[in-house]
Ligand binder design. Structure first.
Ligand code: UDP
Ligand code: MN
Length: 615
């Protein structure tokens, strides 16, 4: 459970290298993929849907295109940026670009159904190695820190509902690869009654076949939701420390030592890694900045900048950072402490609110919550949650009400004022949680706000108080994503090869959502594209070209790559490829007013796919 905050994702990019270097590295990377783990074709695909696992195809055919492909994976490799040496490109990102290529209708089907079920690109996930390398995003100082050999061991608890087979396996492999064996007691997987056919059997078989004896797979009798599913797992755990993770993550180098050693120092330290970003559309892994957890009066979790002065010296970047709340999905806690503190609120359903509940409880009842900057775990951030609660309940509201009535005293009124719709909503029996609060002799919520989160603005604040709270928090100093300026690297028209027709907006250059059409080439702003250093194509420096399922549109630039990230090689007769879509810009006929559409890059009629870039 990790909430997504857009600003948190902005402008996070890799240092770039020149194209030449990147191409070299790209081939190196591609070669190294021959060490892919052999993954059995899961039943859910080969038997049920009669889809051959593309992962196996891809690994077998690394050396070159297979005859079964309509398209060649070599194609995207050839899509060089316009000005080869002046502008860099990350080899790692380029590799992912290649992996997203939709080669035929079968790929398209896998991708579409994957998005429906999982809200991320399973085509890429299927083709990526289960043991892929990810960038070490830690501060350099982290590598110098020596941790004790004798740390408490951990049980890792992962509950999942309808997780994608390969993505879940990549989660497990990353843990097995990057956790010292003596620190890993077990990985407890709780299948929360997923309804993907054969998923459970496929997983079970895979763990047996590969002798992954540390992985223990369970399935409760009914769908429990993530809170009770985690409890179910925690109660079966034997390690000294519990580490909760989502089912679509990849842990980074040295991720567990900082967590375990901080808990060893003090049992009541509840600790979290920095949650790096795995893009849902491309599976690119990138670093997250140092931020902490907060919330607003709608009881939504949010990321926020650190209090001023938190990062004064170099060493501060690797020290534990106190956080008023946790995002929820990824954290470590001493098992005995978890139990003594009342585990989770088992009355909560499916998803939401439990992260604030445990945050308030830990702080108010004597513990602390900290971020360990040297521990990094990537998480696939999705733009929607692809499931509901079985009975249609708004579980976020139900659970939040429980949080408010158990922990927030009079401050709950701020929440209730915001959520007028919550007034008469039933929130179940909370008596045992109130009892727990009494037994643990916890501070009240007023204490929490004054001592742990004095920066939180209250609805009753006057202007001066608001200013004071605002000024206690670091503004943009360490947050590069706010200061992003768009850097243009090229300006051109895009002409269909062999014609005098150029791509232009169907409507006005300022109209969001407008489609694109072919019109006679003419030097005008509605045919003038500006390419940025992030490979966006911005028409008249206003709106970005954005890939859709069937056709591209113009849309507000979101600066997060994916559907607004394009590749072409410049010059004459170049395909124009979109990273998230895995397809290319094309038309169905060579005519004035023909609509620009997304086509398979290997379409048998290349004359509708090749573009001249006219600088
Ligand atoms: N999950 C679960 N049962 C549910 C809903 C979610 O086991 O009824 C799992 C889900 O598979 C994931 C974790 O709980 O591993 C957190 O859910 P999700 O990733 O959807 O939340 P987000 O990260 O979007 O907040
Ligand atoms: Mn998640």
């Amino acid at each position: 459970m990790v909430s997504l905050n857009k600003s948190f994702l902005y402008g996070i990019c890799f240092a770039s290298l020149t194209w030449v270097v990147s191409l070299y590295l790209f081939f190196q990377l591609t070669k190294s993929k021959s060490t892919f783990t052999k993954v059995p074709t899961p039943h859910s695909w080969s038997v049920k849907n009669n889809i051959v696992d593309p992962f196996l195809k891809y690994t077998k055919n690394n050396a070159g295109p297979s005859q079964t492909y309509v398209n060649s994976p070599e194609l995207v490799k050839k899509l060089q940026p316009v000005f080869g040496s002046s502008k860099g490109s990350d080899p790692y990102e380029e590799e992912l670009a290649n992996l997203g290529l939709v080669r035929d209708n079968n790929d398209l089907k896998i991708k579409d159904e994957g998005y429906k079920m999982h809200a991320y690109n399973v085509l890429i996930s299927n083709r990526l190695s289960l043991n892929r390398d990810i960038p070490d995003t830690r501060n350099k100082l982290c590598r110098k820190i020596k941790y004790e050999q004798k740390l408490p061991n951990a049980s890792i608890i992962i509950c999942f509902y309808n997780e994608h087979f390969h993505t879940l396996l990549r989660t497990i492999h990353s843990i097995l690869n990057r956790t010292p064996a003596h620190l890993l007691e077990e990985i407890i997987l709780v299948n929360d009654q997923s309804d993907i056919p054969y998923l459970h059997q496929d997983l079970d078989e895979y763990f047996k076949k590969n002798s992954l004896t540390k992985v223990r797979l369970f399935k409760p009798e009914k769908r429990e939701g993530l809170i009770r599913a985690r409890l179910f797992g925690a109660r079966r755990a034997q390690g000294k420390v519990l580490v909760f993770l989502d089912s679509h993550v990849e842990v980074n180098v040295g991720w567990i030592e900082p967590l375990l050693s901080r808990i060893k120092e003090k049992q009541s330290n509840v600790v979290m890694p920095i949650i790096d970003i795995i893009k849902a559309d491309t599976f690119a892994y990138s670093s997250s900045p140092l931020v902490r957890g907060g919330f607003n009066w709608g009881l939504h979790f949010k990321w926020e900048n650190l209090p001023k002065g938190t990062l004064k010296r170099k060493e501060d970047f690797v020290k534990p950072i106190k956080s008023p709340t946790m995002a929820g999905g990824l954290f470590a806690i001493d098992r005995g402490y978890f139990i003594d503190m009342g585990e989770y609120d088992a009355g909560m359903n499916i998803w939401g609110g439990e992260n604030l509940e445990i945050s308030f409880r830990i702080w108010m009842c004597g513990g602390s919550i900290e971020i360990m900057p040297c521990s990094r775990v990537g998480h696939v951030f999705r733009s929607r949650r692809p499931y509901n609660s079985p009975d249609g309940q708004d579980t976020m509201l139900f659970n939040s009400l429980r949080v408010a009535y158990v922990w927030m005293d009079d401050y709950k009124e701020h929440f209730l004022n915001q959520r007028k719709d919550a007034k008469n909503v039933d929130y179940g029996d909370i008596s045992s949680r109130l009892q727990l609060r009494k037994e643990l002799k916890c501070h009240d919520f007023d204490w929490y706000l004054k001592n742990v989160y004095p920066e939180l603005p209250l609805p009753t604040d006057d202007e001066e108080q608001l200013k004071k709270r605002w000024s206690a928090i670091e503004q943009d100093k360490y947050q590069p994503w706010h200061s992003r300026r768009r850097n243009y690297v090229a300006q051109y028209q895009i002409k269909l090869a062999g014609t005098d027709l150029c791509i232009q907006t169907a409507k006005d250059v300022r109209t969001k959502g407008s489609g694109l059409v072919l019109r006679p080439c003419k030097k005008s702003k509605n045919q003038t594209w500006y390419e940025t250093d992030k490979n966006e194509l911005v028409l008249a420096q206003l709106l970005c070209l954005q890939a859709g399922k069937t056709s591209p549109i113009l849309y507000k630039c979101h600066e997060m790559g994916g559907d607004q990230e394009w590749r072409h090689k410049g010059g004459q007769k170049s395909p124009i490829y979109n990273l998230a879509a895995g397809t290319c810009l094309g038309v169905n006929k060579k005519a004035v007013n023909a609509t620009v559409v997304m086509k398979l890059c290997g379409d048998p009629e290349p004359s509708f796919l090749n573009w001249d870039i006219i600088v």
